[in-house]
Design a protein around this ligand. Structure first.
Ligand code: C2O
Length: 549
């Protein structure tokens, strides 16, 4: 059995973008961070050493962590942070997954600069269920701020207002020519004519779903969140923070004497301020050997057109195109029956400004709060998983997470789901519970799409719709045959999504909106999955180097 070893030295590095130089937290001085590459079935050991003043933890986003919850990474959920001068070895085996995922810091807003791709290759001697690509290219979308990350966080959490928006979107850390001083910082993909390229797309942006397109080229989607999907062609994709997608790009058969731009720009729903700019990259055909006669390379420039800012119908249609392969080799093990139903109202609202604090929320005496079933989740000061494992839940969390929301009517204007209270409330699930969760957007501050991410599992997206979920009508239309299997799904703006998963992985598993600002405002909760009876259904004790709080 093969083990892959990595060392992540967390250290500061000066990085210049948009003519601003700032010192950012990096892995090994790289921005974006290094790639993790492994095959399905292999073990990965990553030794993370913290050389900076910040507390650190790293999450392997989308890795199932079967029986290895201690390696999942969200700070105060599965571990205490790695403090200055300390180290921790993340140790996990990649089970039943192949495709693209990513790693990112999971504490405060440090993932704004700490992120990188995870590439899971098929087992040796197994091929892709699609044409073998000539080349594979990871492309990771991010956001850049000229100010310090700390200043951005402060704005969004302490004063309770909206955060400062980013100054640029980036592709592999590069803003591209539409921004100040950035022509040299442009992502370039050099291609040969008549070949197939596998683009491994990752949205690591903090707060924006992104449209992405390459001028005059189609993309064929073959995988999402490290699960193969039925192929489909599109000229534009929509990718939410936390989502990953493998797409095939076929280059034109002849050198077309042109330069093609690729572009990414936000899909924004609801209210608020955001960076409405576009990051550009370049698809560059290699000159044929015969062009050495000093030819002018760029004869024509093509730019893609992206959907409009708020194109919710594009979003809904695009989301509905994803289907599992559901073949003998890659079955879709959709739970056909449900042991426990949950209804989660996903809301943005406000909460009273705490005493002795200055709040800049929607009205002077309030700050933003985001909630699930009217609970705005507060992280404890020790890790939930340790508290659970050692039977020390008292004073850390309570198990009274509400299984349904206060009554509301989404279609009322404004929707009336406004009550929010703070709490560290979890749901406890016996091993192998088959779970269905309806997530309903009920925001009072404008309906907004929320990319909900579940740790420790893939779930099947069995249904989605607009308006109020109707328990008497909607389940009849659920897809229990070939629904897509993902770890992050957009709860549609002004609508709902239904997911199912089998709770076959003991541990404590975070679920939250992958828009960092909403997570910070409390749009998060945790599931505790209990051990099963058999030895291979129990979470082993923590490794000896697990950080202490
Ligand atoms: Cu990618 Cu809890 O996150």
């Amino acid at each position: 059995n093969i083990t892959r070893h990595y060392k992540f030295d967390i250290k500061l590095q000066n990085v210049t973008r948009l003519c601003h130089t700032k010192s950012i937290v990096t892995v090994n001085g790289q921005f974006p961070g290094p790639r993790i590459v492994a095959r399905e079935g292999e073990r990965v050991l990553i030794r993370v050493v913290n050389h900076v003043q910040n507390n650190i933890s790293i999450h392997w986003h989308g890795i199932r962590q079967l029986l290895s919850a201690w390696a999942d990474g969200p700070a105060y959920v599965t571990q205490c942070p790695i403090q200055t001068g300390q180290s921790y070895i993340y140790n996990f085996t990649i089970t039943g997954q192949r495709g693209t995922l990513f790693w990112h810091a999971h504490i405060s807003w440090l993932r704004s600069t700490l992120y990188g791709p995870i590439i899971i290759l098929p087992k040796r001697n197994l091929s892709y269920p699609f044409e073998k690509p000539h080349k594979e290219v990871p492309m990771i979308f991010g956001e850049w701020w000229n100010v310090d990350t700390e200043a951005v966080i402060k704005q969004a959490t302490q004063t309770g207002g909206g955060p400062n928006v980013s100054d640029a979107y980036t592709i592999n850390g590069l803003p591209g020519p539409s921004y100040n001083c950035s022509i040299k910082d442009t992502f370039k993909l050099k291609v040969k004519p008549g070949k197939t390229y596998l683009l491994r797309l990752i949205n690591a942006a903090l707060n924006d779903e992104l449209f992405f397109s390459i001028a005059n080229h189609n993309l064929t989607i073959v995988e999402a969140d490290a699960v193969y999907v039925k192929h489909f062609d599109t000229d534009t994709i929509l990718i939410a923070p936390g989502q990953t997608m493998n797409v095939l790009l076929k280059t034109k058969p002849h050198y077309p004497n042109a330069t093609f731009f690729m572009a990414a720009r936000p899909y924004v729903t609801g209210l608020g301020t955001f960076d409405n700019s576009t990051t550009l990259g370049i698809l560059e055909y290699e000159s044929p050997l015969t062009s050495s006669v000093g030819s002018i390379k760029i004869l024509k420039l093509f730019k893609p057109t992206l959907p409009t800012l708020n194109d919710t119908s594009f979003a809904a249609i695009f989301a509905s195109k994803f289907r599992s392969l559901a073949t003998a080799q890659f079955p879709a093990n959709v739970p056909q029956t449900v042991d426990k139903h949950f209804f989660l109202a996903v809301s943005l609202g406000t909460i009273q400004c705490p005493k002795n604090q200055i709040c800049q929320g929607p009205s002077n005496s309030s700050k933003f709060a985001a909630s699930m079933n009217n609970v705005s989740f507060v992280l404890p000061t020790t890790a939930l998983l340790q508290a659970h494992f050692f039977g020390k839940s008292k004073g850390v969390y309570t198990t009274d997470f509400p299984t349904s929301s206060l009554p509301f009517n989404y279609t009322g204007i404004p929707p009336n789901n406004t009550v929010v209270s703070n709490g560290t409330k979890v749901v406890v699930l016996p091993f192998n519970t088959s779970v269905e969760v309806i997530m309903q957007d009920t925001s009072i501050l404008g309906a907004e799409s929320h990319p909900l991410h579940l740790h420790g599992f893939n779930f099947f997206v069995v249904g989605q719709g607009f308006g109020n979920f109707d328990p008497n009508k909607d389940p009849a239309n659920f897809n229990l045959v070939d629904p897509v299997e993902r770890n992050t799904i957009g709860v549609p703006s002004g609508g709902w999504v239904a997911i199912r998963f089998l709770a076959d992985n003991p541990g404590v598993w975070f679920m939250h909106c992958h828009l960092e600002v909403h997570t910070s405002w409390g749009l998060r909760m945790a599931w505790i999955v209990l051990d099963g009876k058999l030895p291979n259904q129990k979470l082993p004790p923590p490794p000896s180097d697990l950080p202490k709080c």
